[in-house]
Write a protein that binds this ligand. Sequence first.
Ligand code: 13P
Length: 251
Amino acid sequence: MSGRKLFVGGNWKMNLTVAEAHALTRAVASGLAGRGQVEVAVFPSFVHLAEVGSVLHKVPGNIVKLGAQDFYTQANGAFTGEVSLAQLKDLGVQVVLAGHSERRHVLGESDGLVNAKVRAALAAGLEVILCVGEKLEQREAGMTDQINVAQTVYGLAGVGRTQMAKITIAYEPVWAIGTGKNATPQDAQQAHVAIRRALAALYDETVAAATRIQYGGSMKGSNARELIAQKDVDGGLIGGPRSRPRSSWPL
Ligand code: 13P
């Protein structure tokens, strides 16, 4: 046993109406009753954070953390369309994503911006899931570990050893996201080991052993157990729900 508590996140992306978000939050919370061995967070759209937060607030024991998919690094000001960390905290957000592949590769976020976001969120006292992952052509060129290690190192630049307690890494191979093609458990394990070695080199073995590394990319009920059974896979970051029926979620 690694001693790392499993951590599963639901990234709802740009999906759901208010009523659907409300219903899904209730379903997740009731499905988790008595499953205290797993830490869970949900990442609704900004427009649903207040509603989802109000549902979670009524669930005893803070069993599901409220997460945000994105944020801006500045404290406040004239940044049309952006949302600040203070605004998210005001709604009860405890954890944020940074470096998700859709933000890197669809919205064009650089490693520099991802790192600025990681540091801003930590400075605001929030937990961060730093997402990394290689594209298909990078995997085919044998660059999987190189890309994941580079994104991990850039993403964590300036993050101190003690701050690592608030960091989770999510390994999400870009070619596996939303495609129905997941990494094999062996490939995921190998990528996670490379990331964990990078953490040991950046910090030390203690930090590397304590940091959770989630797998994300077409994780579902039929493959979650086998993926999570790998020694270095400490949970999952799961997309949807429109891409797959909720009944196929692992939780
Ligand atoms: P899918 O589970 O839809 O592949 O998405 C994974 C993901 O991007 C989670 O952040």
